[in-house]
Each structure stands twice: as structure tokens, then as C-alpha cells.
Design a protein around this ligand. Sequence first.
Ligand code: SAJ
Length: 443
Amino acid sequence: MTLATLHDKIKDRSARLGVVGLGYVGLPLACVLAEAGFSVTGLEIRSDRVATINAGRNPIEGHEPGLAELITAVVGQGQLKASADFSSLADADIIFFNVETPVDDTDHQPRYVSLRAACQSVGQVMKPGALIIVESTIAPGTMERVVAPLLAEASGRKLNEGFYLGHCPERVMPGKLLANLRGLSRVCGGSTPETATAMVTLYRSIVQADLDPADCVTAELVKTAENAYRDVNIAFANELALVCEASGGDFLRVRELVNKSPGRNVLLAGAGVGGHCIPKDPWLLAYGAHGQATLNLIPAARTVNEAMPTHMLELAQGLLKAVGRDLRGARVLVLGFAYLEDSDDTRHSPSEALIVALRAAGADVVIHDPWVAEHQGDVLQKATGADAAILMVAHRAYRTLDLGALRTALRTPILVDGRRVFAPDQARAAGLTFRAVGLGIAQ
Ligand code: SAJ
């Protein structure tokens, strides 16, 4: 099949589509493509998830507006079906890859285990002229150095003759999966300009935002850079907060006044940086330099942000020492286990790092989080007998916490605020010994 033919089949919706990986990125994609009129086969290696989807039910946890109803509708209409068998993709004209691309915790490099497996399996069954679009976030150069050779080897075909390639990085966010998928701009990186053009036509069927044609390496750079940019800017805010603490300033006031200067936008200092993408994508961007450039800022920003949970521990430890106590043998209440406010998502949560450090220091840790099932409960009951409380997540529920009642429940009235939820004067008026990220000791 020629690319021109494929383009025509996209326009009349007769192109048959496949989506590999029906997780929180792939399943919404499969659904909206089916809703747009395409026949979609979803490939999922977890058979329980295949059964759930084919029964028209939603396997995705968390609150995702519209997703459950959409799954029921497109499965019921026969537009979407799930399978664990890669041969079900043999007649697909276009196949999307939405598989995980983690980096190693130690060397911060991607292994691409799932991506390589998908290339091997799809390469063996894909039809001549198929277009393979990788939506997973990948390091610059991955399409050329990993995906293309593996697909060529598995299929015995040549790139841009026997198959075509695209990279259209996803920009989803848990809690807004369908909204982001439909409403955020996308970069359509193609292995040829004509491929990118066909991708724009394809994504226009589901995206009501800018669709920018590009080559694959540009698309790889854009996604990893946009998240590395955010990580570096958060790191600046965190490092400024450390200076404010040491110099007697208040980060929030300093930030407010700096941001009045044109072109400034200092982000928020906090107890750490978690989630499924910000901690990972800077490493993917760095990996894309292939050792040909000396990178200092991007790795340093990771170091700054990954150190913030320990900084929270140090603030609590300082207040305990001031009253002749230490973390060893102390009970510490951690307020918030999710990685983001008003979310139940705990992936790469800064609280996990804090809890490990607290326990290593000999503390007994109690965890509360109104959004995470295993840590819900009465926060004051969990505070009873504790020697310090450390706020790690700015859940809305914590903003109305009765600080007087908290002080009464605590055995040692220490509160560390890692997200600047509480007013220092109110905390101290309630009888709490109080420290906060970015708040100078004299404040
Ligand atoms: N954080 C700070 N200070 C800030 C902002 C965030 O400490 O000023 C922390 C958060 O507490 C959290 C982590 O960083 O632990 C990540 O927060 P986030 O607001 O970046 O949320 P994420 O991880 O869901 O980021 C996603 C990204 N989107 C995609 O990868 C498609 C990111 O590029 C978006 O900017 C973000 O969603 C968003 O704001 O929508």
C-alpha cells in the first residue's frame, strides 16, 4: 500500500487501526479513534484487561470524566475490540505504540523492554505499507536507532518503502485523559514529510488543537524538552527557597515580587517532584545527546528536586533537636502520599522517598492521605501521639485542617509545611513549632 492510498483510507475512515498497550494513554486513544469512525483493534498483553474492555467496562483507575461511557459505547458498536494476540493486528493499516518507557533507577537510562517487544511482535505481523506511530515518550534518536532497525529486521522490509514511521508524543495527564487527548496540540513527527502530512490528517479526526508536522527527532526532542524545562524551573524555585530559608526571606513573597518583573515566572518550591513523566523525561532528553554533549543543568535539576524530601526530613529533625528529641524513636505523621494535590496517583511520589529516609533514621512513620485508599482515615486520630507532622501534598482537604486540634493531638507540637499550605502566624498562634519550605528561620 502506498502512502497516498493510506492517506485516502484515513480520510474516508476505512483505514484499520491498531493500538498496542491499552493503559491510561492507549485506551483513551483507541476509544476516541473508534468514536471518530475507525475500526480499532486494541492489543493488550494483560488478558484480564482484555476481558474487561471487551465487556465494555473501564479498567482505568481514578476519575476520568467520560471514559467509562465511551468505552461502553464504542465496544458496544463493535468499533473497538481488544485482543492479546498480535496476529489480530495483521490487517491494520496504522498501528500506534503506547507502551511504557521507564528509565533505570540507577543509571537513568531507558532499556525500552516493552518498546522492543512491541517492535518485534508487530514487525512479524504488520502488513506491507503499514504506518507505525510511537506515542510513548522516548529519547531523541530512538525512532532511528531502535524502532526502525527492529521493525525492518522483524518484517524484512525497508523503511519508507515496506513500512512508514511516525512519532507523536502523548500529552495526557491523569484525571484529564480525554480532555487533554482532544484539546492539546500535538507534534506529528514522520519518517518522511508525506508521512507527517498523513499523520496530521489522522490526528485531525480526534484533536481540536494545533497539529504540527515535523520529523521524528524533532518530535522526540519536543516532548522530552517540555518536561525537562518544567523540571529545571521547579529546581530553580526549590533552590531559591533554600536561599530564602538561609537568608531569612519568605520564598512566596520573593516569588510574588520577582514574577512582577516582565518575562519572569518562578514556579512553586515544594517537598519534591513526582509523577509519571517529570522525573523521567529529563533523563530521556539527556540520553538523546548520546554522550556527545556535556550536560550539567538537566542532571543537576534532578538532583535538586530529588533532594527536597530529605530537606523536609531535615527541617523536622532540626525542630526535634531543639526540644532535645531526635528522629530515632520519634513518631512522624506524613500528610499526603499522592504525587500531586487532589489526586490518588502515587507514582514516583516524593512522600515515598521521605518515608524511606524517615524509617532509615529510626522514626516510626504514620501516613495519611484522603485520596489514597490505604492511607485514608481521621487525620487527627493519626496525629495522636506523633512528634512531628510533615505536609507533603497540598490536598485541598488539608487547607481546612484545625491547627489547634492538630497541636492537641500531637505529642510534640511540630509541623513542617512542604507545600506552603499554612500561614506561619496561624500555625504558631495554634501553639505549633513551625517550619516551611522557603520560609526563613527568622520568619
Ligand atoms: N511541582 C512542584 N512545583 C511546581 C509544579 C509542580 O513542585 O511548580 C511538583 C508537583 O507537586 C508534582 C510534580 O512536580 O509532584 C509534577 O507536577 P506537574 O504539575 O508537572 O504534573 P504532572 O507530573 O502530571 O505533569 C504533566 C506533564 N504533562 C505531560 O507530560 C503530558 C507536564 O508537562 C504538564 O505541565 C503538567 O502535567 C500539567 O500541568 O498539566
